[in-house]
Design a binder for this molecule. Structure first.
Ligand code: AMP
Ligand code: MG
Length: 329
């Protein structure tokens, strides 16, 4: 299959392809998504095949308005309140599904995950398509999510009809996924919108992903599978002390970090300055993490050392992605 690279202004063509049941990679503010109309079982099957994704891992349906969310899910007043606080944006809610969403898009579940993305290209494409767009991250299963058109194109070339270039994704990691329970929301996957954010919006107690018990996690099957991993040997380090245990370093090693002490430790023991990617703060770390994974692959480094930032409310999501990428969760 020939994969067209479309510019951000070519949304009309992308919407036409989606209506025809074709697969189109679209930029969102979190990561690039592999889009298909959510009411088409054959198209959804094609998405699972293009990604090599396990059939038990449901997809997120992207809509452009609350009105459109109502077409695909039962949106109660608590969900409406959450959408009004955080949408358009990186919040995905798991809600009771309507039959308008293909059963295979939700992996046979009675619920569907809904998000209203904020990226202008994603919004325009969905509006023009006038259909919910099921869109998992546009990577082959188990690999890092693409956050640039180049990475998405390299992942999906020959597997999709088109990739729209919407630039580098603002946030760089996937949305917060939450399910609504009697007592309040439970976070199934951490993201930029934190437990405190949800709590401030609702004034209800909110359970963090780490505190949600295993039986509930089974409700979000995607969290069971290995994710986000680049090729090569990924090694998580917790501070300069842990890094030094891996010394000495040479030209086959690369480092992704946030603290100056870790960067200095690496170069002091033979690591190349040009093989260090250092984030300026936690948000910048989220923004760059996957792109740096792809950078490491393109350069063929033998070992990628990744600093785990210190735990706090703002680092829950990035710590989750780093630990999963290393197969430590
Ligand atoms: P991705 O498509 O890679 O962004 O992953 C989507 C995430 O949303 C996965 O962790 C899924 O398990 C989760 N998800 C999607 N639909 C549902 C659902 N109906 N119930 C629970 N989790 C869901
Ligand atoms: Mg994914």
């Amino acid at each position: 299959m020939n994969t067209e690279l479309l510019s951000a202004s070519d949304t009309t063509r992308a919407a036409r392809y989606l209506k025809q049941g074709k697969l189109v990679v679209i930029p969102t503010e979190t990561v690039y998504g592999l889009g298909v109309r959510c009411d088409d079982p054959a198209g959804i099957d094609a998405v699972f095949i293009a990604k090599g994704r396990p059939q038990d891992n449901p997809l997120i349906v992207h809509v452009s308005s609350l009105e459109m969310a109502h077409r695909y899910a039962i949106v109660d007043s608590v969900a409406e309140r959450l959408f009004s606080c955080f949408s358009p944006g990186p919040l995905t809610l798991v809600l009771p599904a309507r039959s308008t969403v293909a059963l295979n898009a939700r992996a046979g579940l009675s619920t569907v995950a809904i998000r209203i993305p904020g990226h202008p290209v994603a919004r325009t494409v969905i509006e023009q398509t006038d259909l919910g767009v099921a869109a998992p991250s546009a990577n082959r299963s188990g690999r890092p999510s693409p956050t640039t058109a180049r990475a998405a194109y390299d992942e999906m070339q020959g597997r999709v009809s088109a990739v729209i270039d919407g630039g580098s994704c603002d946030l760089g990691i996937e949305s917060t996924v939450a399910v609504l329970r009697e007592g309040g929301p439970h976070i199934l996957r951490p993201g930029r919108i934190t437990r405190d954010d949800l709590h401030r919006c609702l004034d209800m107690s909110v359970r963090e992903a780490a505190d949600v018990d295993a039986s509930e996690q089974v409700l979000s099957p995607g969290t069971r599978h290995r994710h986000y991993s680049p090729d090569g040997n990924l090694c998580v380090v917790n501070g300069a002390g842990e890094l030094s245990a891996h010394a000495p370093f040479d030209e086959t090693d690369a480092l992704i970090c946030i603290s100056k002490a870790v960067a200095s430790e690496f170069t002091a023991h033979g690591g190349r300055e040009s093989h260090v990617q250092r984030a300026t703060d936690e948000q910048n770390y989220e923004h760059n993490l996957y792109e740096w994974f792809y950078w490491s692959e393109r350069n063929g480094f033998r070992r990628l050392l990744v600093e785990l930032p210190a735990g706090n409310a703002r680092t829950v999501a990035i710590r989750d992605r780093i630990l999963r990428a290393a197969g430590r969760v």
